[in-house]
Design a protein around this ligand. Structure first.
Ligand code: MG
Length: 250
């Protein structure tokens, strides 16, 4: 069931989204060679709690940290750890959610660690661009397939692959709500988009082939072929005036 939000609820989601975005940016500013993913997670947890919010991911389905932090070939759901030390040339995806006054914000960004290869930078640029092309389709009258198609077309034209096993989602009073928001699709197909829908659009793009596998910890999801993967996400409200990014500093 897709829950449409009232304007009062959207205002609450903006607050949760702002805290989520601030936490993500703080962590991004701390990214540098020698920093552990555990330290980044600590920065995120402390900021969210100081803001009067709670980290959406902590204990979600048993997840043991406040953020998912995913390095290089880790696609999503990387578990922060003291022994995971960033080094120059890595890329690190940070996925953060915050719950404030009963509503969640969810966002992710992939950051370069020091100087990275042109190939890695191109992957980040393409995935970020694909996110915003998907967001641009999140307007009343369009359908979910328009979002997925916009992402998929841009990504595949650059010979990258869209991850299939994991998708975006509705977000609101629950971190994960209906509908599923795939990063692939057919224009004009799927659920019709209505004002009041709030969805997390989150392309996961592999430099190589699409298939992924989950490691024995039950969380860490890596590319099967060992290629790099990037992940960018915003929580977006569909309004009569078009898409509104809720995970913003505004
Ligand atoms: Mg999400």
């Amino acid at each position: 069931m897709i829950v449409l939000k009232t304007s009062r609820e959207l205002a609450a989601m903006r607050k949760a989204g702002k805290i989520s975005q601030q936490a993500l940016r703080l962590a991004g500013e701390a990214v540098e060679p020698g920093v552990s993913t555990w330290e980044l997670d600590k920065i995120i947890r402390q900021f969210i709690e100081k803001s009067g919010a709670t980290p959406s991911f902590l204990n979600y389905g048993g997840f043991p940290a406040s953020a998912c932090i995913s390095v290089n070939d880790v696609v999503i759901h990387g578990i922060p750890g003291k022994s995971t030390i960033l080094k120059k040339g890595d890329i690190v995806g940070i996925d953060v959610g915050a719950c404030y006054e009963g509503f969640h914000g969810d966002n992710a960004w992939t950051f370069p660690v020091g100087e990275i290869s042109p190939e890695a930078q191109a992957l980040l640029d393409a995935t970020e661009k694909a996110l915003f092309l998907g967001i641009a389709q999140a307007r009343p009258g369009n359908r979910l397939g328009d979002i997925g198609h916009a992402v998929q077309e841009y990504v595949e034209a650059r010979n990258y692959s869209v991850v299939r096993e994991f998708v975006g989602h509705g977000v609101g009073a629950k971190l994960h709500e209906d509908p599923s928001v795939p990063n692939y699709g057919t224009p004009g197909r799927g659920v019709r988009l209505l004002p009041g829908m709030t969805i997390a659009i989150e392309p996961m793009v592999n430099q190589g082939k699409a298939p992924v596998r989950i490691l024995d910890d039950g969380w860490t999801t890596v590319t099967r072929d060992g290629s790099l993967s990037a992940h960018f996400e915003h929580t977006v409200a569909i309004t009569a005036d078009g898409p509104v990014i809720l995970t913003s500093l505004d």
